[in-house]
Design a protein around this ligand. Structure first.
Ligand SMILES: *Cc1c(COP(=O)(O)O)cnc(C)c1O
Ligand code: SF4
Length: 334
C-alpha cells in the first residue's frame, strides 16, 4: 500500500477545499436548513457578485437561523442591487494610488500589492467587490514585483493583499519572497488575509517554512468580524505561526447585524487575545455599491467604540478608522 506523506496530503486538502467552495445559493440554503423562500433574493444578489463560501466557514454557521451573523457576511441579498446615493464601485479611490499593475501606494513607507483577485470566501461588504481584478492584479508581472518595489526607495514594508494572497500557491509566494529578500531597504512583510479563519487548512508546514525563511519581519493581519470565526482548528494554525515569531493582528469591519454591539465586539477582542492575536483596526464600512444594508451611522460606531474603551484593556481596543481617499493615513473616527 502506498501511503501519501502527511505533508503532501495536507497541501492537497486545502487546494481541494478551495476548489470545492460552495457557489450555488440553493445548496447553501439546503445545507443550512434555511427556507427556500430566501432563494429568489439570494440568487438575485449572487448575479452581481457570486456566492462563495468554504466548507470550513459553512460549518461555523448556525443551522436554521437566517439572521446568523456569519451567514449575513456571505448570503447574497436582492438589496445589493439597490443604488444608494454615496455608495459606488471604488469607494476608497484605489485608482488614484496605482503605481503599476496591482501596486498601490497611498502611505509613506508602505506599498500594497494586489496579488490576485481570488478569495476563499466572498464577503458581501467587500470594498473591492467591483475591483477590476482581471486587469489590475500583479499575477501577470509576478517576477517584476520586486523590481517595481525596489524602484520606490522609501518603501520599507510590502503588504500582500488581494483578493486573498494566501490563495496563491507556495511556489508563487516563495518566488516573490525570494525577490523581496534581495532588497536591502525592505524590513517588513505584511499579509492581509481572511484565509486563516475561513480555510485554516491552508496554514501548512510548508507555508510556515516559507515565512520562517524570509529575513523580513512578517506580520499576518487576520480578518475576523465575529468571535465565532475563531475555532480550535485556527488555534493550532496560529500557534505554529506564533512559534516562528510572526506578529498576529486582526482587522474587522463594523457591520450591521454582524458585530454592531459592544458585547459582540468585546467578545471578539477577548477571543482574539486567547489565540495570540491583537485587534488592530475596526473599519467603518467603505461605501461600496451593494453593501449599504451593512452601514452603521458614525454616531453609533463612536458610541460602541467608547463602550469598548470602558470595558477592555487598551491593547484589546481596535482603532476605529475610516479610509478617506487622498489622506496620508487611515482616519480615526472621533
Ligand atoms: C490600508 C492600507 C495600507 C496599510 O495602512 P496601515 O495603517 O499601515 O495599516 C497600506 N496601503 C494601502 C493602499 C492601504 O489601503
Ligand atoms: S476575503 Fe477580503 S478581498 Fe475577499 S471578498 Fe472577503 S473582504 Fe473582500
Amino acid at each position: 500500500m502506498i501511503t501519501p506523506t502527511p505533508l503532501r496530503a495536507q497541501r492537497d486538502s486545502w487546494q481541494r477545499e478551495l476548489s470545492q467552495a460552495i457557489h450555488d445559493p440553493a445548496i447553501l440554503l439546503e445545507r443550512l436548513e434555511l427556507p427556500s423562500t430566501l432563494l429568489a433574493s439570494a440568487s438575485s444578489g449572487a448575479n452581481l457578485f457570486p456566492l462563495r463560501v468554504t466548507e470550513h466557514y459553512l460549518g461555523l454557521i448556525e443551522k436554521g437561523n437566517p439572521d446568523d451573523p456569519l451567514l449575513r457576511q456571505v448570503l447574497p441579498l436582492d438589496a445589493e442591487n439597490k443604488q444608494v446615493p454615496g455608495f459606488n464601485a471604488d469607494p476608497v479611490s484605489d485608482h488614484l494610488a496605482r503605481q503599476g499593475p496591482g501596486l498601490l501606494k497611498k502611505y509613506s513607507g508602505r506599498v500594497l500589492v494586489i496579488t490576485t483577485g481570488a478569495c476563499a470566501i466572498h464577503c458581501r461588504y467587500c470594498f473591492r467587490r467591483e475591483y477590476p481584478y482581471a486587469e489590475e492584479n500583479a499575477t501577470r508581472q509576478w517576477a517584476k514585483i520586486p523590481e517595481h518595489v525596489a524602484a520606490m526607495p522609501d518603501v520599507s514594508e510590502v503588504i500582500l493583499s488581494g483578493g486573498d494572497p494566501l490563495t496563491l500557491s507556495d511556489r508563487k509566494l516563495q518566488e516573490l519572497l525570494a525577490g523581496l529578500n534581495q532588497n536591502p531597504e525592505l524590513k517588513r512583510l505584511r499579509i492581509h488575509s481572511r484565509i486563516p479563519s475561513v480555510l485554516p487548512s491552508r496554514i501548512t508546514p510548508q507555508l510556515i517554512d516559507i515565512f520562517e525563511n524570509t529575513r523580513l519581519h512578517t506580520s499576518l493581519v487576520l480578518h475576523c468580524n465575529h468571535a465565532r470565526e475563531l475555532d480550535s482548528t485556527l488555534d493550532t494554525a496560529l500557534a505554529a505561526l506564533r512559534r516562528i515569531g510572526v506578529t498576529l493582528l486582526n482587522q474587522s469591519v463594523l457591520l450591521k447585524g454582524v458585530n454592531d454591539s459592544a458585547d459582540t465586539l468585546a467578545e471578539l477582542s477577548e477571543r482574539l487575545f486567547e489565540y495570540g492575536v491583537l485587534p488592530y483596526y475596526l473599519h467603518a464600512l467603505d461605501p461600496v455599491s451593494g453593501a449599504a444594508h451593512f452601514k452603521i451611522p458614525d454616531q453609533e460606531a463612536k458610541r460602541l467604540h467608547r463602550q469598548l474603551r470602558h470595558r477592555l484593556p487598551g491593547y484589546l481596543v481596535p482603532r476605529l478608522v475610516r479610509e478617506i481617499p487622498e489622506r496620508l493615513s487611515k482616519t480615526p473616527l472621533q
